[in-house]
Each structure stands twice: as structure tokens, then as C-alpha cells.
Design a protein around this ligand. Structure first.
Ligand code: HEM
Ligand code: HEM
Length: 466
């Protein structure tokens, strides 16, 4: 049955925008993966690896990631406050503005405009656009919260608030720059300070885009999809505050063994280990929610996505603190091991949770059933298998790469030339392409299933509980 009385056009608009950017970002990712094996594919300057890599990361983190986050936030916000959005027309404007900004961002990156700060590559006119867009979003978030009818603040709302505030602070501080013309600017920070601010931003971008809002979705849509209350609201609140407290100190774990002061590195290591506790607080909360109901893994396709997603989050948050230790980073930094870490998080945790959330929302806001549960299951298995092939291959490649770089002869000279360590990676990179392709097929199935849902017969047989 259609859920009446809320503004859902913007939810749907953002959901399909996210899907579109997911396709673009993945197509570019596949091309990149192929370029690493067949360098001849660097056919033109705008197809060069350096340019495409940033289109891939920005397209997926911001086009797909943020698009999905905005869709789910506008949905959860209305349901959890029990009122319509405070400014529905502003939300619609936000949607068009967002898509225009991502398209311009992609074009500028293809054209080679780049600040050279990872995940903050956009030049200053686009930065101003991003800030305006974020203010528009924040006005709706806080406007709706102020007017809310439901007094109790469910945990997902806390995660949404922290994302909204923290991303604004991070983005503005890290992008303070001096323009020299319309297309070029220089950061106001210098040397080690620049690196420190950049990775304080970079790591928290991962935290407040790829973790915090995804946890908001997990806490909202898992209970909704199963009709089971979350195991412990108190645990979720304790985990929330300790996650927020811990996250912002850890950026320097990206800068281990660099000229950055030693004590800053040590603080980052300590807080990275501390983060295991709140991260696993959410993992355990999810698992305990399913107590006695594990058969739903078989009978409810959404549960599969949520539980495998939170499992990858659990693995990711053990791997992360471990690879931040000096001894580990000395071996793994710059190797494909880190690429494995990145893609377990993004292709496992982030994509699984956003997929399931969209599978829940799109039928709900249209008053229809999902087009095909069978296709949803196919999608699940393809992205799971594709991701596992990708990440496990990258971990093995990373171990070999690190070992080859460090291997030395009795006279102290290096055993392998750099080129030998590159060519040794070719078999792994070919398998990575294959894994990525399987995952991509899963996403094609996902897109088809969601689009066909718009055409399936109206009126679900089972009204959804509010
Ligand atoms: C407790 C949580 C986590 C910790 C302590 C952690 C730690 C780390 C460390 C130490 C690195 C740097 C490795 C190196 O360059 O040598 C890294 C890289 C990265 N992590 Fe995590 N991680 C955590 C969770 C996550 C999650 C949930 C994601 C979600 C996708 C994620 C995404 C990334 C990305 C994208 C990078 C690559 C950054 C870059 O160099 O471009 N991490 N992480
Ligand atoms: C078909 C699936 C995918 C393929 C084939 C793919 C391929 C690649 C390749 C080849 C790289 C560059 C690796 C290098 O420089 O050595 C990369 C980096 C990256 N990808 Fe993907 N990717 C895929 C899915 C995703 C998804 C779904 C996301 C995010 C939602 C994502 C986010 C990233 C990020 C953040 C990096 C930068 C990692 C770093 O700097 O450490 N990728 N990807």
C-alpha cells in the first residue's frame, strides 16, 4: 500500500540519480582496471589513468554514495519525525543542483582540473557549489527536525545530524584555498600541515560518508524490513557517541612513518584501535537483533544484504586499525592490500546497505511490490562473489608486492627492480577485472529490477508497517 502524506518524489529522484552515477562510476572503474593490464587503453589525455581514477572515486563516493544517502535521509527524516519535509521545493532544487554539480565535477576532472588533494580534487568554483548544496540540505534536515511531531529521536537521526554537521566542517576547512584563476587554486596550508589537514579530512570523509549515514540506514531499514526492534537502543547510542568522539583523531594513520610529528601518528594509532569498540557495538547490535530469527537470512532477501553488509563493516573495522599500526603500514602502505581494504568497504558494506535500503524504499513509496525477488537474490550473489574475488585477490597481490619491494640480496641491494614488481601484478589485476565485471553484472540486474518495479502492479498485498 502506498505510504501517503510525505514528499517522496525527491526520494525517488535521488535514488535513481544514485543508480545512474553508480553505472558511470563502475564503467570507469572497469576501464581503469583494464588500463592497468593493457596500458594501450590510455587512448587520449581525458582517458588517461590519472584522470579516470578521480572520476571513478568522485563519481562513486559522491555521485552514488551521497545520492543514495540523500535519498535515504529524506525518507528516514520524514518517517522518523512523522512530518513532511520542512521545505519540499528546496529539496527538489537540491536534487537538480546535486546532479548538475556531479556532472560538472566529472567534466572538470576529465578535463584535468584537479587540486591534487585526494577526495577534494574539485577546483574552487565547484567547492563553492558544494557548500551551497550542503547548506540547502542542512536547512531541510534541521528545519524538519525542529518541526518534528515525534519527540523521541531514534538513533538514525543522531547519525544524520552528525553527518550533516561534520561534513560541512571538514569540507570547508580542508578546501580553504587561494584562487589564481577560474580553474586553478592553491591550498592555504603548507607541507606537513597540508598533509595533516588533508588526511584529517580524507579519513573523515570515509567516516562521515561511508560509515555514519550507512549506519543510519542500517539501524532504520533492518528493523523495518524484519519487523524486529533493534536489540539495544542504549548500545546504539553509546556506540554512536564513542564513534563520533574517536573518528576525528585518526586521520594521521594515513601518514604513518612520514615527517608528521611522531606523537600525532601515535594518537591516530591509539584512536584507530579504540574505534573497534563502537564499530563492533553496531555489528553486535545488528546480530543480536536477529536472535532466534536467523531463518530470515533465507526467507527475507533484504536481511541477506543487511547482515552481509554489517559483516563486511565488522571485518573492515578490524582490518583498518591493524593496518594502521606502524609495523603493518611499513609493509602494506602503497600496496594493493589497501585497494582490497577500500573495495571490501565500498563494494561490500556500502553497496550492500544502500542496495537493500533502495529495495525497501522504492516499492514502499510507489505502493508496489519489488518486481522480482529472484533477481534481487541474483544481484546479491553477483555483487558478493564479484567483491570477494576483487578484494581477496588484492590482499594476496598486496602481500606479494610488499614482500617484493622489501626483498634484498646479501649485499644489501634490492632483489627486484620496480618494473619486475609491476609485471608480477598482472595476473592479479586480470582477476580483479573479472571480479569487477561480475560485480558490475550484479549492479545491472539491480538497476533493471528497480526500474521494472516502477512498472509492476500497484498496491502491495501486504501493507507496510509505518
Ligand atoms: C575502524 C575503522 C577503520 C580504520 C581504523 C581504517 C584504517 C585505515 C588505514 C590505516 C588506511 C590507510 C592505509 C594505507 O594507506 O597504508 C585506510 C585506508 C582507507 N580506508 Fe579504512 N579504516 C577503517 C574503516 C574503513 C571503512 C568502514 C571504510 C569504508 C569504505 C574505509 C575506507 C578506506 C579508504 C577509501 C581508504 C583509502 C584512502 C586512500 O589512501 O585513498 N575504511 N583505512
Ligand atoms: C566494478 C567495480 C570496481 C572496479 C573494477 C574498481 C576499480 C578500481 C581501480 C582499478 C582503482 C585504482 C586502483 C589503483 O590505483 O591501484 C580503484 C580505486 C578506488 N575505487 Fe574502485 N572499483 C570498483 C568499485 C568501486 C566502488 C563501488 C567504489 C565506491 C563506492 C569504489 C571506490 C574506489 C576508491 C575510493 C578508490 C581509491 C582507493 C585508494 O586511493 O586507495 N570502487 N577502483
Amino acid at each position: 500500500m502506498k505510504e501517503e502524506g510525505y514528499d517522496y518524489s525527491v526520494v525517488q529522484g535521488f535514488a535513481f540519480s544514485a543508480l545512474f552515477w553508480l553505472f558511470v562510476g563502475l564503467a570507469v572503474g572497469l576501464w581503469l582496471a583494464a588500463e592497468m593490464v593493457y596500458p594501450g587503453l590510455n587512448l587520449a589525455p581525458w582517458l588517461a589513468f590519472g584522470r579516470l581514477r578521480v572520476v571513478h572515486t568522485n563519481g562513486l563516493a559522491f555521485g552514488f554514495g551521497l545520492g543514495g544517502i540523500f535519498a535515504c535521509t529524506y525518507y528516514m527524516l520524514q518517517r522518523l519525525t512523522r512530518i513532511r519535509l520542512a521545505f519540499p521545493r528546496l529539496a527538489k532544487f537540491h536534487m537538480y543542483f546535486f546532479n548538475a554539480a556531479i556532472a560538472l565535477a566529472a567534466l572538470s576532472l576529465f578535463a584535468g582540473m584537479n587540486t591534487s588533494h585526494e577526495y577534494a580534487e574539485l577546483e574552487w568554483p565547484l567547492d563553492i557549489g558544494v557548500v551551497v548544496m550542503w547548506v540547502i540540505f542542512a536547512i531541510n534536515v534541521f528545519g524538519t527536525l525542529i518541526k518534528r511531531k515525534e519527540k523521541q529521536m531514534y538513533i538514525s537521526l543522531w547519525y544524520i545530524i552528525s553527518m550533516t554537521v561534520t561534513i560541512a566542517v571538514l569540507y570547508i576547512v580542508n578546501n580553504l584555498e587561494i584562487p589564481v584563476n577560474w580553474f586553478k587554486s592553491y591550498t592555504v596550508y603548507a607541507g606537513a600541515n597540508d598533509a595533516n589537514v588533508e588526511w584529517w579530512y580524507g579519513h573523515n570523509a570515509v567516516g562521515f560518508v561511508f560509515t555514519v549515514p550507512i549506519l543510519a540506514m542500517f539501524y532504520y531499514f533492518l528493523p523495518k524490513s524484519t519487523n524486529l526492534p533493534i536489540y539495544s537502543h542504549r548500545l546504539s547510542i553509546v556506540a554512536f557517541w564513542s564513534l563520533i568522539f574517536g573518528y576525528v583523531w585518526t586521520g594521521a594513520h594515513h601518514l604513518m612513518l612520514t615527517p608528521l610529528p611522531e606523537w600525532i601518528q601515535t594518537v591516530a594509532i591509539a584512536f584507530s584501535i579504540f574505534l573497534i569498540a563502537p564499530s563492533w557495538g553496531s555489528v553486535i547490535n545488528g546480530y543480536y537483533t536477529m536472535r532466534g530469527e536467523w531463518d530470515k537470512m533465507r526467507s527475507n532477501y533484504l536481511v541477506k544484504f543487511f547482515i552481509m553488509g554489517i559483516t563486511f563493516y565488522g571485518l573492515q573495522t578490524i582490518q583498518g586499525p591493524t593496518q594502521g599500526l606502524r609495523i603493518m603500514t611499513g609493509f602494506f602502505h602503497y600496496t594493493d592490500w589497501v585497494i582490497g581494504h577500500v573495495h571490501m568497504g565500498t563494494m561490500g558494506w556500502v553497496t550492500m546497505i544502500i542496495s537493500a535500503s533502495l529495495y525497501y524504499m522504492i516499492p514502499a513509496v510507489n505502493g508496489r511490490e519489488i518486481y522480482s525477488v529472484k533477481l534481487a537474490n541474483t544481484h546479491f550473489w553477483l555483487i558478493l562473489v564479484g567483491q570477494l574475488i576483487f578484494t581477496i585477490t588484492m590482499w594476496i597481490a598486496g602481500i606479494q608486492q610488499g614482500a617484493m619491494w622489501k626483498a634484498s640480496n646479501p649485499d644489501g641491494s634490492l632483489t627486484y627492480s620496480f618494473l619486475e614488481t609491476v609485471t608480477a601484478m598482472y595476473p592479479y589485476w586480470k582477476i580483479r577485472f573479472a571480479g569487477g565485471f561480475v560485480y558490475f553484472l550484479g549492479i545491472v540486474v539491480f538497476g533493471y529490477n528497480l526500474l521494472m518495479t516502477l512498472k509492476s502492479p500497484e498496491e502491495a498485498t501486504q501493507p507496510r508497517t509505518a
